[in-house]
Write a protein that binds this ligand. Structure first.
Ligand SMILES: O=C[C@H](O)COP(=O)(O)O
Length: 232
């Protein structure tokens, strides 16, 4: 399993990189769970780690705005991100999800076909009135994305394991793999969640809070990144 760590600036990115993160995921928690950071921050982060690790960038917790999302995705790709992550936050129907993902994928791949599109749903989808992430493997595969992911929409400390059982998360991962997609699981992951995650075997686990010492509003600590990486 690869470890994706979400820094908000160059200082945190260097800590994440030195601690052993496999993917550096630039985001801006002030603008939501998958809040987007500025294009120049994506570039600065990439430079700060000498492009040693792939960069991921979140483009936002979206409602149904395929044009806005496609342009944001193009911006993230052209700023240097290898993984472009979109949150299907206020998306209620399969048609809306497909339309978002197909247009985002076309936008990113028209810039560089090697870039990866990540379709992120939310394990707490019921409380945010969003589409079930269990529908994303099929929709994502049809739309041409590379990876499907689950995160939490509200960051109140409740882990994805509070909302989804180990069996359901395994089903999500296995279903996505059956469509040839990679998978990522995130959402206030705690040390106790690492053992079940090893059984579920997503390709990537995504973290921030756990490597900030439990409070994602503080800063990423290199030694905690090393500790999580060692336990995977
Ligand atoms: O993509 C991963 C997220 O940044 C996870 O953040 P979190 O562990 O604080 O929920």
């Amino acid at each position: 399993m690869k470890l994706l760590v979400s820094p908000i600036n160059t200082e945190e990115a260097v800590s994440a990189c030195n601690g052993g993160a496999d993917i550096i995921d630039v985001k801006n928690p002030k603008e939501g769970s998958l809040g987007a950071n500025f294009p120049w921050v994506i570039k600065e982060v990439k430079d700060s780690i000498d492009s040693k690790k792939p960069i991921s960038a979140t483009i936002g917790d979206f409602n149904y705005k395929p044009g806005t999302a496609s342009l944001a995705a193009y911006g993230a790709a052209s700023s240097g991100a290898e993984y472009i992550k979109v949150g299907l936050y206020d998306i209620q129907t399969e048609e809306q999800a497909y339309d978002m993902l197909e247009n985002i994928t076309n936008s990113v791949k028209s810039y560089d076909s090697n870039k990866k599109v990540v379709a992120c749903g939310y394990s707490d989808y019921q409380r945010i009135n969003s589409i079930s992430p269990m529908k994303l493997p099929e929709i994502g595969a049809n739309a041409g994305v590379d990876l499907v992911m689950m995160d939490t929409g509200h960051k109140d400390g409740k882990s994805t394991f509070y909302f989804m059982s180990e069996n359901t998360l395994s089903e999500f991962v296995d279903l996505a793999h059956s469509y040839g997609l990679e998978t990522a699981l995130a959402g206030s992951i705690k040390f106790d969640d690492l053992e079940p995650l090893k059984r579920i075997k997503p390709d990537i686990i995504g973290v921030r809070g756990i490597v900030c010492g439990g409070d994602r509003n503080t800063i990423v600590q290199e030694e905690l990144v090393t500790k999580v990486k060692a336990q995977l």
